[in-house]
Ligand binder design. Structure first.
Ligand code: GDP
Ligand code: IMO
Ligand code: MG
Length: 431
């Protein structure tokens, strides 16, 4: 637990500029020092945010990373889908690591939606049915929970404070979804046992439930700073991502507003987090995928999923994607992480455009078929061949690394403000 020194940050949204796992957890932890509230506004326990401090590793799924700071208020906003069992497990694990979590420092929106056991069963059944066309979900029930929300049949977190109504509504939903599970030949969810377990979890979580839009606005009125912890990444966004190989929420900066009830005009800054290369976990098109880079990173013990442990697919930095992400998120700044992952390479490539059926294009196509038909156009950079992980100042970086970063700024149109050269908090350089 650390205590913040000051509070001089404006309202900032942090988003992922690629397919998730960009290192948002680490960057958010670094800038939380200057925030008062840390807000999660989208996604669920599909997220896995790693923070490493003083040799301790924390992996956050639903709880904002700000919880690792002693005096920060953490908010789970209305845009989140919340698995009460996953949350209790996460709380227990963090408490075991010495983290304080109380209804005073973790507030949960009364309008978030519940992820229930039938959502997970439906998620897995659907993936199994899709076979080799599967999305490669995290199996956390995210898609079916958001589908229930949009279908206006979801259960909101306010019900955790109303046990009788919760039991009644939950029975209705279990019976409804069991019909689908039965038709799919999948084991049904036990009715009474599930209700009893959910009511037990509800009694523990009820004191955390409140109107978090009001919590955020009162904080803003009191001159406090909000930090929005993005989950997933731009290309997993339900609208802007590589549909259908996406998650089911709005992962881009606009989602932070609808998912929290804080209006766009209250936002002062957007920071997009981006690896110095690209990774993706799950299925879907990936133009700059490169097995050699994957082998190199996996052999270094890197790029295994924080939530599912799956090996991430790896490739060169795709500046077309990052430029477009900067545009639709309105990003003022880029935080580049994992630059040290490229330390050993003689040659480093950046994709600057695509060739689609003989034509050069500068924006990601909107269909999977067109994306798969794209060929990357690369430019080549000489590697710095030096261990960056112990560098203390940006100025000390080798010229070749500085040149690579300068080119990333030119290609993406955003200023690099933070740089990651290792997984620990103290391996973050201010540029
Ligand atoms: P998130 O989901 O965006 O928070 O990212 P994850 O935590 O899922 O994955 C990022 C991985 O990269 C984690 O293992 C981090 O510890 C690690 N990481 C983050 N920044 C850096 C960096 O600059 N260098 C190195 N070597 N690892 C980093
Ligand atoms: P963080 O916040 C990387 C991917 C899954 C799958 C697709 C849909 O740690 O960056 P879902 O379970 O959401 O229905 O899966 O989205 N995915 C992520 N990939 N990082 C994440 O979160 C992800 N959350 C979902 O692998 O391809
Ligand atoms: Mg992650």
């Amino acid at each position: 637990m650390r205590r913040a020194k000051n509070s001089e940050m404006s309202n900032t949204i942090v988003v992922g500029a690629q397919w998730g796992d960009e290192g948002k957890g680490k960057i958010i932890d670094f800038i939380t020092e200057k925030a008062d509230l840390v807000v999660r506004a989208a996604g669920g326990s599909n997220a896995g945010h790693t923070v490493i401090n003083n040799g301790q590793k924390y992996v956050l799924h639903l709880i904002p990373s700000g919880i690792l700071w002693e005096d920060k208020l953490c908010v789970i906003g209305n845009g989140v889908v919340l698995d009460p069992f996953g949350l209790l497990e996460e709380m227990a694990k963090l408490r075991g690591q010495g983290v304080k979590i109380t209804p005073e420092n973790l507030r949960i929106s009364d309008c978030a939606h519940l992820v229930m056991p039938y959502h997970k069963s439906l998620d897995r059944a659907r993936e199994a049915k899709l076979g080799d066309k599967k999305i490669g979900t995290t199996g956390r029930g995210i898609g079916p929970a958001y589908a229930d929300k949009v279908n206006r049949s979801g259960l909101r977190t306010i019900l955790l404070t109303q046990p009788e109504i919760l039991a009644h509504e939950l029975r209705d939903r279990i019976l409804m979804h069991n019909e689908t599970l039965l038709a799919a030949g999948v084991e049904e969810v036990p009715v009474e046992e599930t209700i009893a377990k959910v009511l037990e979890a509800a009694a523990i979580l009820a004191p955390h439930i409140t109107n978090t839009a009001v919590v955020c606005h009162e904080a803003i009125k009191a001159g406090k700073s909000l930090l929005f912890e993005g989950a997933q990444g731009t290309y997993l966004d339900i609208d802007h991502g590589t549909y259908p190989f996406v998650t089911s929420s709005s992962t881009t900066s606009g989602g932070a507003c609808t998912g929290s009830g804080v209006a766009p005009r209250m936002i002062d800054k957007v920071v997009a987090v981006c690896k110095a290369y690209t990774t993706r976990v799950g299925s879907g098109p990936f133009i700059t995928e490169n097995e050699d880079i994957g082998d190199m990173l996996h052999n270094m013990g890197r790029e295994f999923g924080a939530t599912t442990g799956r090996a991430r697919r790896c490739g060169w930095l795709d500046a077309v994607l990052v430029r477009y992400a900067v545009m639709i998120n309105g990003a003022d700044e880029l935080a580049i992480t994992n630059l040290d992952g490229l330390d050993g390479l003689d040659e480093i490539k950046i994709c600057t455009a695509y060739k689609l059926r003989g034509q050069v294009i500068h924006y990601p196509p909107s269909t999977v078929a067109d994306t798969e038909a794209c060929e990357p156009i690369y430019e080549s950079h000489k590697g710095w061949k030096q261990d960056l992980s112990q560098m203390k100042n940006f100025a000390d970086l080798p010229d070749l690394a500085k040149a690579y970063l300068k080119r990333v700024e030119e290609l993406t149109g955003a200023r690099i403000s933070l740089l990651g050269i290792g997984p620990s908090r103290d391996q973050t350089l201010v540029v």
